[in-house]
Write a protein that binds this ligand. Sequence first.
Ligand SMILES: NC(=O)c1ccc[n+]([C@@H]2O[C@H](COP(=O)([O-])OP(=O)(O)OC[C@H]3O[C@@H](n4cnc5c(N)ncnc54)[C@H](O)[C@@H]3O)[C@@H](O)[C@H]2O)c1
Ligand SMILES: O=C(O)C[C@H](O)C(=O)O
Length: 356
Amino acid sequence: MAAVVRSVLRRSAKEKAASSRWWIRGFSAEAAPERKVTILGAAGGIGQPLSLLMKLNPLVSSLSLYDIAATPGVAADVGHINTRSENFLSADDFGVKGYVGEEQIKEALEGSDVVIIPAGVPRKPGMTRDDLFTINAGIVKSLIEAVAKFSPKALINMISNPVNSTVPIAAEVLKSNGVYDEKRLLGVTTLDVVRAKTFYAGKANANVADVKVPVVGGHAGITILPLFSQANPKANLSHDVLHALTKRTQDGGTEVVEAKAGKGSATLSMAYAGALFADACLKGLNGVPDVVECAFVQSNITELPFFASKVRLGKNGIEEVLGLGDLSDYEQQGLESLKSELKSSIDKGISFVHKA
Ligand SMILES: NC(=O)c1ccc[n+]([C@@H]2O[C@H](COP(=O)([O-])OP(=O)(O)OC[C@H]3O[C@@H](n4cnc5c(N)ncnc54)[C@H](O)[C@@H]3O)[C@@H](O)[C@H]2O)c1
Ligand SMILES: O=C(O)C[C@H](O)C(=O)O
């Protein structure tokens, strides 16, 4: 058993190094700057595997795990893993510390370079992401108030749904606190990209590790717009196949919610996607060149104030929001159709902060 685990770890490390996506390019972990990553909602379905994956990332020197319950256990568990952060902290916390409840959020957040937020309720079958707004909007608002006070310079990776509204909520709360920097607020849409790559690789008969597919728009239903016309490697797929791939990417979250039958939504694939995205943010902060990922950010590439597209990440967060490139007629139609839904989700987030 141990030999199998070792061989899986060896293989995945090789693959990661080969694709340059995970481990840092250009310098070793020992030479990497100290970086504190904080996870708000760390004891949840996403939070726990995400905590594990961030503990495995050599770019992380200190991992802060915050939730309203259960984080001491998660921190004690993850803290015994002998990866990098042990080198940088005391013999008591091994680089990982759990914080519970509002009275500990200050300490949890102070000095954070990246704050990842998967706090909030997940969907059950029959619900839309917007149905989560009533509960999650308030959770996100209060957590961002704390970020604004205690780690205003951190890069925020927003996972909590509905992302199309929680990112605008976060922006308004940061503005009200006088600390908004649009370069530092990013809605995590990486799972849409992960799905688009996986589904495309199956149809295009391509090695999934080599596939690239941008996904733009937002993170709910038709607002998720995969641009298969820009996929690499190229494949000659029929309109029907491209339509089916688009639908499957848009409905990927619902596919998992239904399969889990009341036990939540995507957690493991989301933890993977969240870890990839946070790794890209850390690489950008550390000055690694040409780190480009899709994310839902403040944008002027369409008439909408927030939009997901490729962004270049750097030492200050978002260095550049990249344009959409050439779209097929089908994608152009998809773009026009998503705008009104995305606009109303954005507006709903903004007005929530000003009404509250
Ligand atoms: N962006 C994406 O692609 C994506 C993908 C999957 C899930 N999600 C969203 O992520 C969120 C979390 O999903 P999950 O499956 O981990 O849910 P979960 O219920 O398993 O975990 C949520 C965690 O948040 C914690 N929490 C609640 N209120 C909190 C607060 N005020 N402060 C700190 N922590 C708090 C809970 O205690 C719990 O541990 C959901 O909103 C879900 O829809 C987003
Ligand atoms: O679908 C959900 O509710 C969770 C998440 O947004 C996903 O895409 O899996």
